[in-house]
Ligand binder design. Structure first.
Ligand code: 0O2
Length: 210
């Protein structure tokens, strides 16, 4: 398998989606007085070792990766508030260039590990020298707190090769609840935070225009 050739359209899809989603943030910041629901965006191609592990775990032959492994290309959108996640989902649903084929709501129903996020799988057209190719991309939408928890848990999964000791699993579950509580607390003071951000932006704009 020539991974570089295989990954080329996926890499292109990730780069294009990062630009498009970052563009939404820019538009909010430059031309709107509304709070931007997007804090930052990252993207990655799944590492080969992780593809091989997952294909073994899920019994996916390598020649069926394109259709059966939905997160070869992944984009993450981080939000300040849980409420922003719904806004981002709505913005994505409204687009004509993203065809949503699956949605997984791990916020209403968290995973057993404690993982919370909203996942969308889209079919996205990239234009290559051989013509149009439709690529599956997983978009994960999370708050900063959800992302913090998932990043730490992911490192531990890697450290323990997927077999995290029971006492650490319990700690992670209680950390997930603490992160969720933090999101709830932040939602309570959301109005105050938004007002502060708007007046800060107004001041910035006044200074720029002088
Ligand atoms: P990596 O290393 O991030 O690429 P499954 O693997 O069966 O649980 P499925 O059906 O492929 O999941 O889809 P799902 O649930 O949307 O999960 C895809 C990705 O979401 C995972 O990819 C992770 O990135 C993230 N994710 C899902 N559950 C968890 C979790 O409990 N903890 C953390 N930290 N991330 C999670 P990979 O291939 O598992 O991993």
């Amino acid at each position: 398998m020539n991974w570089d050739v295989f990954f080329a359209p996926y890499q292109q899809a990730v780069e294009e989606l990062k630009i498009k989603l970052r563009g939404i943030r820019k538009e909010y910041n430059m031309y709107s007085t509304k709070h931007t629901p997007i804090e930052f965006v990252t993207g990655r191609i799944k590492p080969v070792s992780s593809i091989i592990d997952k294909s073994k775990r899920k019994n996916i032959p390598l020649d069926e990766l394109e259709t059966r492994m939905q997160d070869l290309a992944g984009v993450r959108v981080m939000c300040q508030f849980v409420e922003d996640i719904d806004s981002v989902v709505e913005l994505i649903r409204a687009r004509k260039d993203f065809e949503i084929i699956e949605e997984r709501d791990y916020i209403t129903e968290k995973k057993r590990s404690g993982y919370r996020a909203y996942h969308l799988v889209i079919r996205y057209p990239v234009h290559t020298i051989e013509g149009e190719k439709k690529i599956l991309v997983e978009i994960q939408i999370k708050t900063l707190a959800m992302n913090f928890w998932a990043t730490i848990e992911h490192s531990l999964l890697y450290k323990y090769s997927g077999e995290i000791p029971e006492n650490i699993i319990e700690r992670l579950q209680s950390a997930a609840e603490a992160a969720f509580k933090l999101d709830e607390e932040m939602s309570q003071i959301r109005g105050e935070v938004l007002e502060a951000q708007v007046s800060f932006r107004r001041k910035e704009e006044e200074q720029r225009n002088h």
